[in-house]
Design a protein around this ligand. Structure first.
Ligand SMILES: Cc1cc2nc3c(=O)[nH]c(=O)nc-3n(C[C@H](O)[C@H](O)[C@H](O)COP(=O)(O)OP(=O)(O)OC[C@H]3O[C@@H](n4cnc5c(N)ncnc54)[C@H](O)[C@@H]3O)c2cc1C
Length: 424
């Protein structure tokens, strides 16, 4: 086989489709351990809450293409680089000319110090588990969500609105700790509490109780919270055990260059499994859906290029609407960055930027996300922001418009005045 791709998630599927576009003469084989390919993980909270039906999760359907083969329900056991081959769990051996690794992450499961866990405990990660959760929730209405990151917060919000009684537990002292500072997270916390979610911040899961083999309650920092369902969303670790003897891992990390090339020139990698290492020695783990898609495409494009192209953006911007509260995350808070903020908490708005010198290195907009695109543009281009930086944070500020290059400003004005077809 010419191109083999491991993993049919966001990165792997985009890599396969893009490979067919970039290298139309080459045959592509995608191998996925699970039974589903082409669904959208970020919609799983809505699916579990019954707001989105299963068919709407799928953004891609297979089309007739003799050079694209997708094999599901088969796991790669190991990689043998000297023979350029993969060992599958059904004892098959497959040879590759070029390989893309996109195995994503596996959920971290907190140690409950028990072998025989009761029914009602599920990690939130795949469609297969989300189906089980949805079925389970038909009969069980009290839920404890463990983990106040992106996945936990979304899961809690959608399930609470669907009529469940949700408690959300986070070990740090505020929600979304990898993305927001405490003051901006406060707004999210207030919003979730208004929805009726019980928050347990700065708390750890210590124990569980069961009755007749079914979860009954979870002990969190000394308190027992009732609930027949425990949804675990405390993050993921790269799914790279099968690469253990491949020589591609360094300190248990799958390191790639900014062009997504591994230590082997014939092997690229993309998505939640990779750590991008720059020539300056910085490490980046931009594990988000948009990054997985972009990286999958770039890995495909680079497969047969003599000089592979680097990834333009190493940041992990994200946006979401949490049942009425809009949030844009430009980049995580870093200890050495200065923080400026626009605080209108009383009106449900908090906007902050993280600056190193005069460059934006991150930020978050909560409650009013106007100007997010331009702030992101300034950030990824490393533009220096001059003068009174706080004006960038004013919602709907005219500064945004003035900052656009004049060519773009003209186009923007034209777009407002004329229908699109008149401009072409
Ligand atoms: C519930 C939920 C909500 C989320 N919400 C958001 C959001 O709002 N915004 C956002 O940016 N991100 C969100 N994410 C994260 C986002 O989904 C991931 O960043 C993205 O899916 C990563 O894509 P990936 O292709 O690297 O990995 P994955 O999507 O995990 O895909 C990897 C695939 O590889 C397969 N695989 C692994 N090992 C093997 C093997 N040995 N052999 C064969 N196949 C293998 C796995 O079965 C899996 O299907 C969310 C994630 C979840 C679970």
């Amino acid at each position: 086989m010419e191109c083999v791709i491991i993993g049919g998630g966001a990165a792997g599927l985009q890599a396969a489709l893009h490979c067919r576009r970039c290298w139309p003469e080459k045959s592509v084989l995608l191998i996925e351990a699970e039974g589903d390919v082409g669904y959208c993980n970020p919609l799983l909270p809505q699916f579990m809450a019954g707001q989105v039906e299963e068919e709407k999760l799928f953004f891609w359907q297979p089309a007739e293409d003799p050079l694209l083969q997708i094999r599901k329900g088969i796991k790669i056991r190991s990689l043998d680089r000297p023979t350029q081959s993969l060992n599958l769990d059904n004892q098959e051996k497959i040879r590759y000319e070029r390989l893309i690794l996109a195995p994503g992450g596996q959920p971290i499961l907190p140690l409950l110090r028990r072998e025989d866990l009761p029914e009602g405990i599920f990690p939130v990660r795949t469609l297969a588990t989300a189906r089980k959760i949805r079925d389970w929730l038909l009969k069980h209405k009290e839920i404890v969500v463990l983990g106040g990151g992106l996945v936990g917060v979304k899961t809690a919000a959608y399930l609470q609105l669907a009529g469940f009684a949700v408690s959300l537990v986070e070990k740090e002292d505020h929600l979304l700790p990898q993305a927001l500072t405490k003051p901006s997270a406060r707004l999210v916390e207030r919003h979730l509490q208004r929805l009726g979610i019980r928050l347990f911040l700065g708390c750890l899961l210590e124990d569980i109780q069961e009755e007749k083999g079914i979860l009954k309650s979870a002990k969190v920092s000394g308190q027992w919270i009732p609930g027949e369902t425990l949804l675990i969303a405390v993050g993921s670790t790269p799914n790279i055990d099968f690469l253990e003897n491949s020589g591609l891992l360094q300190d248990k990390e799958l390191l790639v260059s900014p062009a997504l090339q591994t230590a082997d020139a014939n092997i690229f990698a993309a998505g939640d499994a990779v750590t991008i290492s720059t020539s300056g020695g910085e490490k980046h783990k931009p594990w988000t859906w948009p990054q997985a898609v972009t990286q999958g495409k770039l890995a495909a494009e680079n497969l047969f290029r003599s000089v592979p192209l680097p990834l333009n953006v190493l940041t992990r911007p994200n946006s979401m609407n949490l049942q009425g509260l809009s949030i844009v995350i430009l980049g995580a808070p870093t200890p050495d960055a200065a923080i400026i903020s626009h605080d209108r908490t009383a009106e449900g708005i908090y906007r902050e930027l993280f600056l190193r010198g005069r460059k934006i290195v991150g930020g978050a907009l909560v409650g009013d996300i106007s100007g997010a695109g331009l702030l992101h543009f300034l950030m990824i281009n490393g533009s220096e922001v001059d003068g009174d930086v706080a004006r960038f944070l004013k919602p709907q500020s005219r500064v945004f418009y003035q900052l656009l290059p004049s060519s773009k400003r003209q186009r923007r004005r034209a777009r407002i005045l004329f229908p699109k077809e008149m401009l072409s």
